[in-house]
Design a protein around this ligand. Structure first.
Ligand code: SF4
Length: 111
């Protein structure tokens, strides 16, 4: 795959310079679970997977176009329909990951 193909792929996925910067930031997740500890919607054993999952969905959906639809469906099922946007995850995150940006960018990805 040549450079032109790569740029075309990125345009189709609506990736801009800021998106690449956010991919780098989201990839810093330590999987420490602090976001789950403070989340008012997370209950152990239930199907809401929390902020780390949302950030991972954003990363996979933007990097693997073929899996984008399946990832968005998993995101909706295990995060989107339950998150109440308290955003306590962002306050406690040691890596300062702006999960709200992952949510917004994931929602705007071209289907
Ligand atoms: S608190 Fe931040 S670094 Fe820790 S698991 Fe959650 S998103 Fe990842």
């Amino acid at each position: 795959m040549g450079r032109r193909d790569t740029c075309a792929d990125h345009r189709q996925r609506h990736l801009r310079h800021g998106d690449h910067a956010h991919q780098y930031t989201a990839a810093k997740c330590l999987k420490c679970g602090l976001c789950l500890e403070v989340c008012p919607n997370y209950v152990n054993g239930k199907t809401f997977f929390g902020a780390a999952f949302a950030n991972d969905c954003y990363l996979v959906a933007t990097r693997n176009r073929a899996e984008g639809g399946r990832i968005r469906a998993l995101y909706a099922e295990h995060f989107g329909k339950t998150c109440s946007k308290s955003l306590s995850c962002m306050e406690v995150c040691p890596m300062k990951i702006p999960t709200l940006a992952s949510m917004s960018k994931l929602n705007r990805l071209k289907r």
